[in-house]
Design a binder for this molecule. Structure first.
Ligand code: UD1
Length: 420
């Protein structure tokens, strides 16, 4: 298994191109199942999660190729199977997002119960309740979810989510595009990735209004046409490089990063004393001097994203004061805390709150990556630490960050991948 060896202490400087957003690309790839023909998707990031999704789509009978400009052509002409098997779903939780499109298109889908990141129990009850509101019968047998629409087609209906769920909103949104009649989804997630998915669906001829608000209306159609879509830039990757630039006292231009996706993060960065401003088609991040301690509470968009909680904690670990970081979206998402502590951070947790007291210096150590964002956090902490840090078990990183060691090396970071 690969590890990253990081020599800390060099400020990151230069430009980095922000890749296509993983969390937009995954549902959009699954949405391509809604059309019985070729779809064009540009700006897909090169990630293990995307390869896992390709493998699942191929298993379902979909053809995948590249066009002359490098966009992916995902051809759903020949959907041969409606079953997403355990072997593929266990590698990536987001595989459950194929349920909505397959059910919407064929009236029947079988998907293994998910695996994925070890951040809490992460049920999908809201997805399943939503499908039931659209008329589906749901059965759980042999570790598989089996969803069947009587008569072969879902019926439009009203779904009120009990809690705000990104995946649940996406799954229902996709399924409803081909349902008979009108669907109203209430208490929806408002993440930018949902707007990107809705844009992709509209390019196929779907009738959707209200995405980006908590109420989404979908007028079902009999068939969808070809998708033609360019995936939005990854706001979480941008936020991660922002934290890395700030923590190393660097000066980095994030090419392609969009300010409008990062409002809550920008506001906390500004309070911490990090300079972020728009420059050309990107964002310039600069920091020198002290970092101020700032309290953070994660919440669904437009709140502070849970996917940047760990990275912000690394920043606060080097701040000049004390703060609290409260995780409200996932249970058990503080697995980076003991690892940061091994690097000299002063952090205690009680329940879903971390109490962070800033220290003058982080020191290199051998640490273990436990989930995707925790892994990135240990890397950026290592870049700012004194001495050498080894981040073990980095396979999570490759699920979500395109060529991270190359991008960091291009910014002057001393990062090397080694096989153990
Ligand atoms: C997506 C993102 C993930 C991000 C998360 C929250 C993708 C591929 N992943 O995950 O990176 O951290 O949004 O921004 O886009 N819940 C239930 N029942 C359900 C569904 C969710 O109880 O049926 C709970 C979850 O356990 C969690 C919370 O709701 O505590 C939010 O989960 P959700 O928004 O669904 O996250 P994902 O879509 O899995």
């Amino acid at each position: 298994m690969d590890k990253l060896v990081i020599e800390g202490g060099t400020p990151l400087r230069g430009e980095v191109r922000i890749s296509g957003a993983k969390n937009a690309a995954l549902p959009i790839l699954f949405a391509s199942l809604l059309h019985a023909g070729p779809n064009k998707i540009a700006n897909l990031p090169k990630l293990v999660d995307i390869r896992t999704t390709f493998a699942l789509l191929i298993e379902l009978g979909v053809g995948i190729r590249k066009d002359a400009e490098g966009a992916s052509i995902v051809d759903g002409s020949t959907l041969l199977s409606d079953t997403a098997p355990y072997d593929l779903v266990r590698k990536m939780r987001a595989s459950t997002l194929c349920l909505g499109p397959i059910l919407g298109r064929t009236g029947h889908a079988r998907v293994s119960l998910p695996g994925g990141c070890a951040i809490g129990s992460r049920p999908i009850d809201q997805h399943l309740q939503g499908f039931e509101q659209l008329g589906a019968k749901i059965e759980l047998t042999g570790g598989y979810i089996e969803a069947t629409a009587p008569g072969g087609r879902l019926k439009g209906g009203r779904v009120i989510f009990d809690l705000v769920t990104v995946g649940g909103t996406e799954n229902l949104l996709m399924a409803a595009t081909l349902a008979e009649g009108k669907t109203i989804l209430e208490n929806c997630a408002r993440e930018p990735e949902i707007i990107d998915l809705a844009d992709a669906l509209r390019s196929m001829g779907a009738h959707i209004r209200g995405d980006g608000t908590s109420v989404i209306e979908i007028e079902g159609v009999d068939a969808l046409g070809a998708m033609d879509h360019t995936v939005m830039p990854d706001r979480i990757e941008a936020g991660t490089y922002m934290a890395a630039a700030a923590l190393t006292h660097g000066d980095v231009l994030l090419q392609g990063a969009r300010l409008r996706d990062l409002d809550a993060v920008m506001s906390k960065m500004a309070m911490a004393g990090v300079e972020v401003r728009r420059e050309g088609s990107g964002l310039r991040v600069r920091h020198h001097g002290e970092l101020h301690a700032v309290d953070v509470d994660t919440s669904p968009h437009p709140g502070f994203p849970t996917d940047l909680q760990a990275q912000f904690m690394a920043l606060m670990a080097r701040s000049s004061g004390s703060c609290t970081i409260t995780e409200n979206v996932f249970e058990n998402r503080f697995m980076h805390v003991p690892e940061l502590t091994r690097m000299g951070a002063d952090i205690k947790t009680r329940g879903n709150t971390a109490f962070v007291r800033g220290v003058d210096e982080l020191t290199g150590a051998t640490v273990m990556a436990t989930d995707l964002r925790a892994s990135a956090t240990l890397v950026i902490a290592g870049l700012a630490a004194k001495g050498t840090t080894e981040v073990l078990r980095i396979y999570h990183l490759d699920r979500g960050y395109e060529t991270i060691e190359e991008k960091l090396a291009a910014l002057g970071g001393k990062v090397e991948r080694q096989s153990q």
